[in-house]
Design a protein around this ligand. Structure first.
Ligand code: HEM
Length: 405
């Protein structure tokens, strides 16, 4: 009988720091090594925690919220939020009550109604990019689009997009290179400004009765037979912001890096835009941004390793979606891949509530980008800069428009 390994076992130790952006360029090699050598690994960072890297293990974790709680999905435990982010840090049965209120806000029908507005925003940004042949795609497009769409969805002032971009960067990235304490300080200060903005929007809506307005729907929302508190409304809005901006930004930028470096695939897409839907799914698989954590509620064995109540386990969808045991040619992009059971949006009860919106933004962006600027390439003298964190992304993406490698 093989002996159970635990946090003290030498051969499952792995020096993995999810916030170390110096490791960003080798991330997929690192995850591949972990899947092969220690699929449930233990790292000493942030007080010590587990990292599960195989698709099946992560899938099992997602399906078992009783043992693997979402009470605290961040490592370290806070990104500056005041109380649990709702509903992502709430377990069943309360989680289901919040989802019933939130799901209709992001329904496919409601999102489809946004299509003309999103297409106009996309084209406005492309118009500006086409004024020059060199842009930083992150600044010119990837950061702008999701924040403008979010503000449009909320019916708030689109001119506030740049404030949102700055806040989200600070909250997601903390202070690169600084101590954990300093990073938390920076995140908390930005989060407080976000809460103050939201509180203003809530005050603004007081007394109005627009049945379609999301802020208003939340203000009037109920949890069973009581009204939602302002604290709950703020923490729901905070999650919309964190969930909806940096994720789409990273997905847009990572896809453009791949397409710039792979002109044959880019041309295949540009000449047959009917491939956009499956290309979006494949790029979600290929560069999955999110890496949440779970809090272990009772002693449990995962992949032959003993986890204890109180432990935390990181579940990088980035790794799950490159697992060779689940996907044929996992490290090859096939923009017509079928089936494609990726879990970039998670699985189980916390599956992304904004997935229809994210897909819509990505589809429209890639249709219009490849219709209007089918040729672009990276600048070898100024390569893209990627970052890690629990939402990985791209800080800078210099792009030369109108040329191809
Ligand atoms: C490419 C873009 C996106 C990706 C890859 C993504 C991914 C995810 C993932 C993996 C989860 C589950 C996390 C977990 O299990 O702990 C999640 C949850 C969530 N996402 Fe997204 N997301 C994206 C865009 C959006 C957008 C546009 C919104 C809209 C505001 C959004 C709002 C949310 C919310 C509210 C949750 C919490 C759901 C719950 O706990 O029940 N996401 N997302």
């Amino acid at each position: 009988m093989t002996e159970l390994r635990d946090a003290a076992t030498a051969d499952i130790q792995y020096d993995f720091d999810i916030h170390d952006s110096n490791a960003a360029d080798d991330l997929f090699e690192t995850y591949a090594e972990m899947r092969n050598r220690c699929p449930v690994a233990h790292t000493p960072h942030y007080g010590g925690h587990w990292v599960a890297t195989k698709y099946d293990d992560i899938h099992d974790i997602l399906r078992n919220p009783t043992v693997f709680s979402s009470e605290s999905v961040n490592i370290p435990g806070t990104i500056g939020q005041d109380g649990p982010m709702i509903p992502i840090e709430v377990d069943p049965p309360d989680h289901g009550i919040y989802r019933k209120l939130i799901n209709p806000l992001f329904s496919p029908k409601r999102m489809a109604d946004l299509e003309p507005q999103i297409r106009a925003l996309v084209n406005e940004l492309i118009d500006q990019m086409l004024e020059s042949n060199r842009v930083d795609f992150v600044e010119a497009f990837a950061r702008e689009l999701p924040s403008r769409v979010f503000l449009a969805l909320m019916g708030w002032d689109i001119a506030d997009a740049s404030r949102f971009n700055e806040w989200v960067d600070l909250i997601v990235l903390g202070k690169p290179g600084a101590s954990e304490e300093e990073a938390t300080e920076v995140r908390t200060a930005a989060a407080m400004e976000v809460y103050a903005y939201f509180a203003e929007m809530i005050d603004d809506r007081a007394g109005s009765d627009d049945a379609e307005d999301i802020t208003q729907i939340l203000i009037n929302g109920t949890f069973e037979d009581r009204e939602l508190t302002q604290f709950e409304v703020l923490n729901i809005l905070f999650l919309f912001l964190i969930g909806g901006l940096h994720t789409v930004q990273g997905q847009l930028a990572h896809t453009v890096i791949f397409m710039a470096e792979n002109p044959i695939v880019r041309k295949q897409l540009a000449t047959d835009l009917s491939l956009v839907d499956s290309a979006v799914e494949e790029m979600l698989r290929w560069e999955s941004a999110i890496c949440p954590a779970r809090l272990v509620k009772e002693d449990v064995v995962l992949g032959g390793v003993q986890l204890r109540a109180g432990d935390k386990v990181l579940i990088p969808f980035t790794s799950a979606n490159r697992d060779e045991e689940k996907f044929d040619n996992a490290d090859t992009v096939d923009i017509a891949r079928e089936p494609n059971p990726h879990i970039a949006f998670g699985a189980g009860n916390h599956r992304c509530v904004g997935s229809h919106l994210a897909r819509l933004e990505l589809r429209i962006a890639f249709e219009e980008l490849h219709r209007r600027m089918p040729a672009y390439r990276l600048d070898p003298a100024d390569p893209p800069v990627r970052h890690l964190s629990q939402i990985k992304g791209v800080v800078k993406l210099p792009l030369i428009i109108g040329e191809s490698i």
